[in-house]
Design a protein around this ligand. Structure first.
Ligand code: BDR
Ligand code: CA
Length: 310
């Protein structure tokens, strides 16, 4: 049976790779995309999301535009230095053919969960603002969603937005705190695993030479992102695999080693945006979440390769 998913996303170079990975996986039925600020402004990420469903001839998949700013604090940063001004490595895509939905992303998320009780998996791969707004709008979605699988957070790995915080959590810690404490089945695919899945320059060069519409799009958006990884991490054309790893988890959770652990998100001070495990519940009565700590990196890369080139 296919898994129905709704991806909440800020495309974004690695979001692009993740969305194409999902659209090309027959086990997944992408019911919709919701756009969020993050790697670029939300007007831009929404347009990019629409463009990606059209690229794979999925014009029927609805795209809703979501929040432009975090819940409480002003935006900390947008990721244009990582993903380019257009979020797509500066390739300046033409306008998509289709239109965005006429309702905000939070409402779209609520309506989609209510229409598919117990069946929909939410897959946020950007800041968690739309998801927190949806919980506020209709708290019943917590019991009606099948599961929530996020790309975000870090426990043992260094942060990438602050010494302790991963970017998606850092960009709206208050929203993340709501999502972590909601009490729904939540899996965290964070930097502890995504940094271990490395697409080498050789792997990417071969992928980009395949020449189908998906790999052509990846070939165009990659150079800016690779340049950032070179300057920031000294990688020579290699990339960490963030958002596509969440899709790999949906396809085959057995590729990941995960533990159920009580966790919370810090929202104040210099550690704001940190995802903290509190095994003994010393700091509060926190909800358990499923935290990915290990990964079969080779198999994740093979799966991505198979779907993108097949
Ligand atoms: C996350 O931050 C964004 O820049 C990426 O798209 C990914 O979702 C990685 O920390
Ligand atoms: Ca993202």
């Amino acid at each position: 049976m296919t898994k129905k998913i709704l991806i909440d996303t800020d495309p974004g170079v690695d979001d692009t790779m993740a969305i194409l990975f999902a659209l090309r996986s027959p086990e997944l039925e992408v019911i919709g995309l919701a756009a969020i600020f993050g790697n670029a402004y939300v007007d831009v990420t929404a347009k990019n999301a629409l463009h990606l469903v059209e690229l794979e001839n999925n014009h029927h998949i609805p795209v809703a535009k979501g929040a432009a700013v975090p819940l409480v604090e002003p935006p900390r940063s947008m990721g244009m230095h990582v993903h380019g001004d257009d979020g797509m490595g500066g390739i300046n895509l033409p306008d998509p053919d289709g239109e965005l939905l006429g309702i905000p992303a939070a409402q779209f998320i609520v309506e989609t969960i209510l229409a598919n009780p117990g069946e929909l998996t939410l897959v946020p791969i950007g800041p968690l603002t739309n998801i927190a707004l949806a919980v506020r709008l209709e708290p019943r979605i917590v019991d009606l969603v099948k599961e929530v699988v996020i790309m975000g957070g870090t426990v043992y790995a260094d942060g990438n937005a602050s010494p302790v915080a991963e970017a998606n959590i850092y960009n709206d810690p208050h929203a993340a705190a709501i999502v972590f404490n909601a009490g729904w089945p939540l899996t965290m695919v964070g930097l502890d695993v995504t940094l271990k899945v490395v697409m080498t320059k050789n792997y990417l060069d071969k992928l980009c030479s395949v020449g189908n519409p998906a790999t052509e799009m990846i070939r165009q958006v990659l150079p800016f992102y690779q340049q950032f990884h070179m300057e920031e991490y000294g990688l020579n054309g290699d990339l960490h695999t963030h958002d596509p790893s969440a899709i790999a988890y949906l396809l085959d959770p057995a590729l990941f080693q995960a533990e159920q652990i009580p966790a919370f998100v810090e929202t104040v001070g210099s550690c704001s945006g940190q995802t903290v495990l509190d095994r003994q519940r010393q700091l509060g009565d926190f909800k358990e979440i499923n935290v990915c700590l290990g990964v079969d990196d080779r198999s994740v890369l093979d799966l991505f390769w198979e779907r993108l080139t097949g």
